[in-house]
Design a protein. Sequence first.
Length: 208
Amino acid sequence: MILFPLKIALKVMTALLAVIVVYLAVTASQIWLTSRKQSSLPADAVIVLGSAQYDGVPSPDLQARLDQAAATFTSGQSRLIAVSGGRFAGDRFSEAEVSASYLEAHHIPASAIVQGGGSDTYQNVSSVAPQLKARGVTSVLVVTDPFHEARSMAIASTFGFTPRPNPTATSPITGWATVPFFAKETLAVAAGRIIGYGRLSGISHPGG
């Protein structure tokens, strides 16, 4: 009789663990499938998620995203490009400022570029959402690395946009190097779906 409660507790814990494993496995597969999608449909704007810059020069990762956004704009698939990413300690420029300068140097008119900020994906989207909505944007092509696409699209949808996948095909992060990124995204998406991406951002950047 003494062992009976322990057996029940063990069964509950085992069942709970199984649910968690299945949930994470399904989430991981959804992230991977989304990473392979590429929308050919037009959208009102492109949202470029921020990435590192080095004293005014886009990192290879950010450049890959910007090249993708520029090609999408030039093809006529969108009419606006929203760039995001803030300025961190010691930086002279924000990621968004560097992105805008890069795009203008590649013949994207300044009038077609919207600048935001933010230190994570949720803040990136939040920073450009009001400006895009003021311009009548309802649908967006989300440009980022393939492993980051699912979470970025989910966050864009929380701001009322209809997101479409447009991951860069030239990300410098490839092959086995993507494994930890997919693992991180699996945990982030799994948590975001439960507690909300805004709350998750607040936990990651309290007071930000």
